[in-house]
Design a protein around this ligand. Structure first.
Ligand code: ZN
Length: 428
């Protein structure tokens, strides 16, 4: 509680617009006395970061800053910036080292980082964590998969960090070049920074011959080092001595209980340069208290189910792209891993369908029928699957954009009612 109050006080003292927000809610840092008090304190969100671009959320003298990182600023947004004092950087390195320790790495390991040591936090974060742990770091960076595999063999690499789609790419190139998992020394990988299905994990583990562990972090919170799976692979341990997590209803902001699915809210308990208090991450998951056999205490979060912005309500059902992806990936003998989810309007209703690539030599009618049946069982919705030949759906570099929204009224049936009412009113 002391650390929570310390964070709130920093923000209160240094960020005028947030101080105003707290004052309007009748809150001062002294009111934070117990866990129950968190609920009364207004949340921060992504807009606070965008509106404060580039550095108006910084709570220290600029001379104390020794690093910045930023998101790439996808979908037309300004980038989200993170800033670090020396203490921040030390703690962040320690949290990344903890992540690597949790998946079983020691100083004997050889660790290849396949993400770029640039603005993206995953590159530097794990480079620092690995160095602190004492394992040997190969800061390879992204791309050039064949060369990466050559390094895996030459330097007897035992572990790597990657985004999940690059994990799949490694499996693909191994197959193309006739490299068997027995030719490699790999034991484990730490993957994250984009959503990935359980079936993607199975594919990577099986084809690359490793254990693949999920980890979670975001630039606003520091980068990687918020939570990680231990060797049990049963949810992600949140470093609860450094972050206090909550789950709220993504629509109303109301606090939800343990086990309930909603939006993850994080409070940093240590950050100097850019502390966050009740920051709404936009990521959908659930929380529970750890009873993990590994002995780690604190909170465990589920793997991320999707982004709040990705959620669509179709005929009363909450749909996340990951739900559809999971079913496609389960039928990997029929379909490639490229797909496009399309939201569209049929009459007055919103509808969802999915374009998939059917592999060569597969009985198309049978494959589509099976996928549609599985989708209906998983979502309770009728979702049409449209077959395309392999290699014909659009491919993007980096993070995949796999959703297209073609609806007349992006806010659904209620939006349609509102639109019709407005039209009727205008006629008078
Ligand atoms: Zn555990």
């Amino acid at each position: 509680m002391k650390k929570g109050r310390w964070t709130l006080q920093r923000i209160y003292d240094n960020i005028p617009f947030l101080r105003e927000r707290y004052k309007e809610a009748g809150i001062s840092p002294d009111d934070l006395k117990s866990i129950e008090d968190f609920e009364k304190i207004p949340c921060m969100d992504k807009d606070d970061f965008l509106d404060s671009f580039p550095d108006r959320l910084v709570c220290v003298d600029k001379a104390e800053l020794i690093r910045m990182h930023a998101t790439s600023g996808t979908s037309g947004h300004r980038p989200t910036c993170g800033f670090y004092t020396r203490n921040d950087l030390d703690t962040w390195s320690y949290l990344c080292a903890r992540n690597l320790g949790a998946i079983g790495m020691t100083k004997k390991d050889v660790f290849q980082n396949t993400t770029s040591a640039g603005l993206f936090t995953g590159g530097f974060g794990y480079a620092q964590g690995c160095t602190l742990l004492g394992a040997m770091l190969i800061p390879f960076g992204p791309g050039n998969t064949s060369k990466q595999l050559e390094f895996f063999q030459t330097f007897k690499v035992t572990s790597f960090h990657a985004i999940p789609s690059f994990g799949l790419r490694i499996a693909e190139i191994m197959e193309q070049e006739g490299i068997s998992k027995d030719d490699l020394y790999l034991k484990y990988a730490i993957l994250g920074a984009e959503g990935w299905a359980e079936s993607t994990r199975d594919t990577i583990e099986d084809r690359v011959g490793i254990k693949a562990y999920d980890n979670y972090g975001l630039t606003e919170a520091t980068g990687p080092g918020v939570s990680v799976e231990c060797q049990e692979q049963n949810g992600l341990h949140i470093w609860s001595d450094y972050f206090y997590p909550e789950i709220v209803d993504p629509k109303t902001g109301e606090l939800l209980g343990e086990g309930e699915t909603g939006e993850l809210v994080l409070t940093s308990l240590w950050k100097e340069a850019l502390p966050i208090f009740r920051y709404r991450t936009g990521d959908i998951t659930s929380l529970r208290r750890s009873e993990c056999p590994c002995g780690r205490t604190g909170f465990i979060m589920d793997r991320i189910k999707g982004r709040k912005d990705d959620m669509h309500v179709i005929k009363g059902v909450n749909i996340y792209p990951s739900m559809i992806e999971e079913e496609i990936f389960k039928l990997s003998e029929y379909f490639t891993d490229i797909y496009l989810i399309v939201y569209h309007t049929v009459g007055v209703y919103d509808n969802v369908s999915v374009n998939v690539e059917v592999k060569e030599g597969v009985n198309q009618a049978k494959a589509i029928k099976e996928l549609e049946k599985n989708l209906r069982e998983a979502t309770f919705l009728r979702i049409d699957a449209n077959p395309f030949p392999p290699g014909t759906l659009p491919r993007q570099e980096g993070k995949a954009i796999r959703v297209k929204d073609l609806r007349d009224r992006p806010d659904g049936y209620k939006g349609w009612l509102k639109m019709m009412n407005e039209r009727n009113n205008n006629k008078d």
